[in-house]
Design a binder for this molecule. Structure first.
Ligand SMILES: Nc1ncnc2c1ncn2[C@@H]1O[C@H](COP(=O)(O)OP(=O)(O)O)[C@@H](O)[C@H]1O
Length: 212
């Protein structure tokens, strides 16, 4: 089995990726790989795991909607009806499954970061957050918010930066009038500290927003 940390492994997967996705997506993947490695250096995480997961995160992005559903089916993945109706969010899930089978030397840390790069999850590890952030902030991504978020790298802690990027994506989905994955609220709430506003003592007025 090839050492997944070796340059040889990276170069071989890089060449395969170039055949799997278009030139734009390939460049994006290299950008995510470099950005993830740099974030890992800054935040003291595993740089090689971040670099490899960044390279491979869009491994299955070359499939169209029917193609990605067929891919999930071939892999024997059971999808909820909700996910079947959202084929654009599936490529990370199928990639993690397929890569884990094809390259059993890849550690769970790398596969989880690939799996979670689109929808996020509760209890994201440092590597998961790093790849999620790198996907949004790699040099090919443009826009005022992206520039603002880039300036926070190294200033905000990793969790705050992740939440800023997550919030940015959620807003974009709403602005674009795309459907929202139903677990998004659960995932967001799992990172929220207990909020004072919900914990304050009982309001003497049982209808706190005022009577008509
Ligand atoms: N919580 C969510 N609910 C629904 N769609 C989402 C959610 N998060 C991300 N998406 C969508 O999933 C698609 C793929 O995301 P991703 O792989 O991160 O993007 P990209 O293809 O730009 O790298 C995008 O269209 C994005 O808007």
């Amino acid at each position: 089995m090839a050492d997944w940390r070796s340059e040889e492994f990276y170069e071989a997967r890089r060449a395969e990726l170039e055949d799997r996705v278009g030139p734009h997506r390939f460049k994006h993947s290299l950008g995510v790989s470099e950005t993830a490695a740099s974030l890992a250096r800054i935040y003291g995480a595993d740089e090689t795991a971040a670099r490899v997961a960044g390279l491979l995160h869009d491994w299955d992005k070359g499939y169209d909607d029917p193609g990605i559903l067929a891919r999930a089916d071939e892999l024997g993945m059971e999808l909820t009806d909700e996910l079947v109706a959202m084929p654009r969010v599936l490529h990370g899930l199928t990639a993690a499954e397929a890569l884990g089978r094809e390259f059993p030397e890849l550690p769970p840390e790398v596969l989880a970061a690939i799996e979670r790069h689109t929808l996020g999850d509760v209890d994201m590890s440092d590597s998961d957050m790093i790849v999620y952030i790198a996907d949004a902030l790699e040099p090919g991504r443009k826009g005022k918010t992206v520039e603002k978020l880039r300036k926070q790298v190294g200033k905000s802690n990793l969790r705050e930066l992740f939440l800023d990027v997550y919030a940015y994506w959620v807003l974009l989905i709403m602005e674009r009038r795309h459907p929202m994955y139903s677990r998004t609220t659960e995932i967001w709430n799992s990172y929220m500290p207990e909020q004072e506003v919900f914990l304050s003592e009982a309001n003497p007025d049982p209808i706190p927003w005022g009577r008509p």
